[in-house]
Design a protein around this ligand. Structure first.
Ligand SMILES: *Cc1c(COP(=O)(O)O)cnc(C)c1O
Length: 422
């Protein structure tokens, strides 16, 4: 499609956008009396309007039913989390029984590593990307030390090539084959938080498993953003947070996926608690753990209902729209943003370098050569919420649920003013 950098053109795209009406499902911060242009859905998604009712319902049930709410609330609390698994399974391409919702992301990755990182003999190594998200680095280092190993010997980082801003699949595969029999686990971010790159998870998973390693994915930036087929890709495990593209609220509950191959097993190492044992016998308070035949076996505690209620509200929206329609709009809106950046680039002296490769989801990371943090401050003051990373990289993530084509056009104009008026 031939794009135009004009308000009329952007408005026409909005008029033809089947998801345009979902903008009204969300609440926007205001700057100068106007809704902001929100590019940080990759960090904290906006609040869906319907979320409040879900939380209010739980508060009301707690008031009116108290302990009876576990069984007699309209959505009983004792299996409330299972409602989330149904919709999440569609979002990540898994079977319902392969999904659970619990804890938070880093906690869950640690718990999953109890099962899937079992260093033995010379098979001790973990493959990850260089400069992985800091929490993941701390997690991997501390896991190595927990097993009495030296993180420097355990962690194998795949580097980008000199002068390039992205990872090449062939370099990842070469590294997997090079480490070979010493590789215990591949654990990487499926969508990189910094450059927005989507890794070829299917190919990498296959290669990792072929050398006998377990393969897991941190999908913090992947879930609700890109097409995932975790089950068909034969991924062993994955975890994600729900507050980025999933719009479930700050620090909210994490989701996990465990391949059905590992379900219903008593002999897999795992940290266990009463919410992972079979429902039928749970309240008999027996001493022996009998794992539920779903990923809930990894669940330790009874879930915080007030926290997962917003997640359910958000998942309802995902279910209504479907990932296919979201991804369809995402591709268009990101392409339009890329076009706008190109047009503005021609009109100013600084140069924009998009460091996100073509394998991408919602995010464009842009190196603003010749600019500084003051540009970021200008954007914020003028109602454009972005994320700034040293050196001079802004991350722009126009989430298809609540960003419009007009937002992209207006952003271009504000960006141009910010650069020309400095
Ligand atoms: C956002 C993010 C996290 C956050 O972890 P929490 O445990 O939710 O604080 C972890 N890993 C990656 C790759 C992320 O992008």
């Amino acid at each position: 499609m031939d794009f135009q950098n004009s308000l009329a053109f952007a408005k026409e795209l909005d008029a033809n956008d089947p998801l345009a009406r979902y903008r009204d499902e969300f609440l926007y911060p205001q700057v100068n009396g106007k809704d902001v242009i929100y590019f940080t859905g990759n960090s904290l998604g906006l609040q869906p309007k319907r979320t409040k009712k879900y939380v209010d319902d739980v508060m009301k049930d707690w008031h009116e039913l108290a302990v009876e709410g576990h069984f007699y609330a309209e959505k009983p609390w004792w299996d409330y989390h299972e409602r989330l698994a149904t919709d999440l399974a569609k979002v990540v391409g898994a079977k319902e029984k392969e999904i659970s919702v619990m804890n938070t992301l880093t906690v869950n990755l640690h718990l999953l590593m109890v099962s899937f990182y079992r260093p033995e003999g010379k098979r001790i190594k973990i493959l990850c990307e260089e400069k992985a998200f800091p929490s993941d680095q701390y997690m991997l280092q501390s896991q190595a030390r927990f097993h009495g190993l030296d993180p420097n010997e355990v962690l194998v980082e795949v580097k980008k090539r000199k002068g390039e801003h992205f990872w090449r699949t062939e370099d990842i595969l070469d590294k997997i084959n090079e480490v070979g029999e010493e590789l215990a686990l591949v654990l990487m971010g499926g969508v990189n938080y910094y450059n927005g790159q989507v890794l070829d998870m299917k190919t990498i998973t296959k290669a990792g498993k072929e050398v006998g390693a377990f393969v897991g994915w941190d999908l913090a930036h992947g879930v609700g953003n890109i097409a995932l087929e975790l089950h068909d890709w034969d991924v062993d495990f994955a975890a994600w947070c729900s507050y980025k593209y999933m719009n479930s609220g700050p620090g909210n509950a994490s989701g996990i996926y465990v391949h059905e191959h590992y379900l219903g097993k008593k002999d897999i190492p795992r940290f266990e608690g009463w919410w992972g044992t079979k429902k039928e016998t749970r309240f008999l308070m027996q001493p022996e753990f009998d794992p539920i035949e779903t990923a809930d076996a990894w669940q330790l505690s009874n879930p915080p209902i007030l926290s997962i209620a917003p997640y359910l509200a958000s998942l309802e929206l995902f279910d209504e729209v479907g990932m296919e329609a979201l991804i369809d709009k995402q591709k268009r809106i990101v392409a339009y943003l890329e076009f706008i950046l190109g047009e503005i680039d021609k009109q100013v002296e600084s140069t924009f370098e998009i460091i996100t490769p073509k394998d991408r989801g919602c995010q464009l990371s842009v190196f603003l050569h010749g600019e500084g943090r003051s540009l970021f401050d200008y954007l914020m003051k003028n109602g454009v919420i972005t994320d700034w990373r040293e050196p001079n990289v802004i991350r722009l993530a126009p989430a298809p649920f609540y960003c419009s084509y007009t937002d992209m056009y207006n952003f271009g104009q504000i960006l141009k003013e910010g650069i020309l008026n400095k």
